[in-house]
Design a protein around this ligand. Structure first.
Ligand code: SF4
Length: 320
């Protein structure tokens, strides 16, 4: 396999990073502001399933200002204030529809909510988190029309490329649904993202490494990775307490080694938004606790890439 230039995305970092992408796109730092727009999820209300995905507890990753009782514009205003105290210089904000399934409503309601978000001063675009089985032609056409004049990413929870795993974690859709949604979204000219979890029950290291090639062949723009964490009030927490031997949770050192091998195989055009999850310790029910903030994990990972003299896409070969 041919080696590719370390600097093909034009920066000194060994992966195609989100801050560098934002710098090219907007001229500098852009912050995401999460909102809870009151959507639910078809995997909880019975349409696709009940009980939800086995690992899901939305409270574990929603910032405190995301209270569904508050209008979206108020949540955005409070989120912007929160970020202003942490980051003095920001070129703008992207509203992140993060909780639950943010295309799970009729298109007129979606238009209203998305337009409200875009009306807040300083907002430069939207990130819409959703499931691949919750978009149809009407919704994607609506998003495409918004994306003509605004920066928009549709971020799909894929979680795994294997249908056996998707069944095990009760996702309520298969990988074919993910591929179809990604292709359709990309064809409409909308920036398309994906979220993947590593360490799901039944997946070997080889299975997970093989996902790099499968994902690299998809028309994705952005990608995010999380390690499986055993979060309180989830089915996974109960399964883990009953049969911990079924789980193969990553230690930090193992994860960094795995990730380095994974991203060598990953399409270098993908912007990697995240390499690991960061659920607050008070939500963790058991399993491996790394005890580090995300920026510390990222620092160690970049050090690992340097030691191994490797980078995103080093061994990537496009499939024609
Ligand atoms: S992870 Fe997403 S799709 Fe699964 S139950 Fe939670 S909100 Fe629904």
């Amino acid at each position: 396999m041919a080696e590719q230039s370390l600097y093909q995305w034009g920066t000194a970092r060994r992966f195609n990073s989100l801050p560098d992408h934002f710098k090219k796109q907007f001229g500098g730092r852009v912050q995401k502001v999460s909102v809870n727009a009151g959507f639910t999820c078809p995997n909880r209300d019975g349409k696709a399933g009940t009980g939800g995905c086995t690992y899901c507890n939305n409270n574990a990753f929603s910032p405190s200002y995301c209270l569904v009782e508050k209008p979206v514009t108020v949540q955005i205003g409070e989120g912007i204030e929160f970020h202003k105290t942490r980051y003095r210089r920001s070129f703008g904000y992207l509203v992140y529809f993060q909780s639950y399934t943010n295309t799970y409503a009729g298109s007129s309601h979606l238009r209203e909510i998305y337009e409200q978000a875009l009306s807040v001063p300083g907002v430069k675009g939207l990130v819409i988190g959703t499931r691949p089985d919750c978009v149809d032609e009407e919704i994607l056409n609506l998003i495409a029309s918004i994306a003509k004049d605004n920066y928009v990413i549709v971020e799909y929870g894929i979680e795994s490329c294997y249908n056996k795993t998707l069944k095990e974690i009760n996702r309520g859709h298969d990988f074919e649904a993910s591929v179809a949604a990604i292709r359709k979204t990309s064809e409409l000219g909308i920036r398309t993202g994906a979220h993947i979890i590593f360490g799901l029950p039944g997946e070997s290291r080889q299975d997970m490494l093989a996902e790099a090639e499968i994902l690299s062949a998809l028309p994705l723009d952005n990608i995010k990775f999380h390690q499986l964490q055993i979060v309180k009030d989830t089915l996974v927490a109960r399964q883990y307490s009953e049969e911990p031997e079924k789980f193969n949770l990553f230690t930090l050192e193992d994860y960094l080694d795995f990730l380095a091998e994974f991203i060598e195989r990953l399409n270098p055009s993908f912007v990697v938004e995240r390499f690991a999850g960061e659920v607050p310790l008070r939500f963790i029910a058991g399993g491996v606790r790394w005890g580090l903030r995300y920026d510390q994990v990222l620092g160690l990972f970049e050090q690992k890439l340097k030691e191994k003299d490797t980078w995103q896409g080093k061994y990537y070969s496009p499939v024609y």
